[in-house]
Design a protein around this ligand. Structure first.
Ligand code: NAP
Length: 173
């Protein structure tokens, strides 16, 4: 069965974006090549994101959607339907994701953000976690892991260094 993989960048103090969705702290870091991104990108054919992440992706890419060769689902309670790039989804997410996992294909990337991820973690929908840690402490913002009633035991599968970034790869037990 294909896996749902969280692949995300975080500050050392555990934020995926600053207040006002700022990612300046991330873009300032000197990495190496594309920090393993294209290698990871080849392993997935489906991308899941929250509606706010979708909005931010479009802002960052100046309106040009960057994942045109993948099946993309945007989770939203306020938008339905689809456009040329994404399908908006809501409802019984657990069944939906388990159905996708049973289908043939490459892995499924959960891109974020924090709110959608919180739901996925609570519902135990994530199989693998790959976190790229930026050498920055930003004090406040959107946390990678929100407080909540969930616990997960992980197995460390790998560590990679891309100049100033460290990527930690875990399997969910
Ligand atoms: N550092 C990184 O690698 C990284 C990666 C991804 C995102 N980010 C950042 O994270 C920020 C966005 O994160 P966020 O936590 O604010 O928002 P988010 O999780 O991206 O999106 C939240 C929205 O998703 C929808 N949603 C969430 N849970 C849902 C559910 N169970 N069912 C249906 N819809 C659901 C709702 O949309 P509606 O309001 O439309 O109902 C909700 O308002 C952005 O700044 C982005 O740049 C950073």
């Amino acid at each position: 069965m294909r896996k749902v993989v969280l692949y995300i960048a975080t500050s050392l103090d555990g934020y995926i974006a600053g207040e006002d969705d700022s990612l300046d702290w991330l873009f300032r870091v000197e990495g190496e090549g594309d920090n393993g991104y294209s290698e990871f990108y080849e392993t997935v054919d489906t991308i899941l994101m929250g509606r706010k992440t979708y909005d931010q992706v479009l802002i960052l890419e100046n309106g040009k959607f960057p994942y045109q060769n993948k099946k993309c689902y945007v989770f939203s309670h306020t938008i339905t339907g689809s456009n040329e790039n994404v399908e908006f989804v809501n409802g019984d997410i657990v069944s939906l994701v388990n159905e996708w996992k049973k289908q043939e294909g490459k892995n499924i990337w959960i891109e974020g953000g924090g709110e959608l991820l919180h739901f996925f973690l609570k519902e135990k929908l994530v199989d693998e976690i790959r976190v790229t840690v930026a050498p920055a402490i930003i004090g406040k913002g959107i946390p990678l892991f929100k407080k909540g009633d969930y616990e997960m035991d992980l197995v460390l599968k790998g560590i990679k260094k891309y100049n100033q970034f460290v990527e930690l790869q875990y399997e969910v037990k």
